[in-house]
Design a protein around this ligand. Structure first.
Ligand code: HEM
Length: 180
């Protein structure tokens, strides 16, 4: 995974827990890289999951909930650092429907070895979008947070549900966005 994701996770953790505690958690984690990340480096996704585990253990916030909070944090970061991906979008559905064929395509040009998920989208009706998330990485809850924050980013409200099927049927999950 791209270093930027790790840098942002540590940024969120510092915001929640302070630098000293974050350093303690890093020391207690099994991290081949030693826990020093640069935004442009590449690191195994297993380290991200290990850090989430460490922060969860320290805060008693369950790992799925931490992933989801991190997704929300990350959408904020994308929005600040890559405003051009948001500029011409008319709303959250327009944005979410552009991930697969436009946004992540551009991301791959910037970061050729980016590890990205795949989405099957189904616009059920004008207010309901069903997104099936496929990835070899267990980040469905991170995705849930990204989608929730995306809806808010466009000043909309919606019920965003996650049905994580990865436990039973392998690497996929269904996210349904029901706009109010
Ligand atoms: C609501 C919109 C978006 C959703 C739902 C989404 C979803 C995701 C998810 C779930 C991942 C984790 C990888 C995986 O699960 O396999 C990911 C990775 C990533 N996405 Fe998106 N994304 C969105 C928008 C964006 C935008 C606007 C950018 C702009 C730069 C972006 C850049 C990236 C990057 C850099 C990674 C990391 C790739 C890596 O570490 O190798 N995404 N995205």
């Amino acid at each position: 995974m791209k270093g930027i994701v790790f840098v942002e996770l540590l940024g969120m953790a510092e915001d929640m827990l302070g630098e000293t505690v974050v350093d303690q958690v890093i020391e207690g984690c099994d991290l081949p890289s030693g826990g020093a990340y640069t935004a442009v480096g590449d690191y195994p996704c297993a380290e991200l999951l290990e850090l989430v585990r460490g922060f969860s253990e320290h805060t008693s916030v369950p790992e799925p909930e931490l992933q989801r909070l991190f997704g929300r944090w990350m959408m904020d970061s994308f929005s600040r650092n890559y405003p051009r991906f948001f500029a011409q979008r008319t709303g959250s559905f327009d944005m979410l429907q552009a991930i697969e064929d436009e946004i992540h395509v551009e991301v791959r040009k910037i970061y050729p070895n980016a590890e990205l998920p795949r989405f099957d989208l189904n616009l059920v009706d004008a207010k309901t979008l069903e997104m099936t998330y496929h990835s070899t990485r267990p980040l469905a809850h991170f995705c849930h947070g990204l989608v929730e924050a995306c809806v808010e980013r466009f000043g909309e409200t919606a019920n965003v549900s996650l049905d994580d099927k990865s436990q039973t049927t392998g690497g996929h999950a269904v996210i349904v966005v029901a706009r109010h």
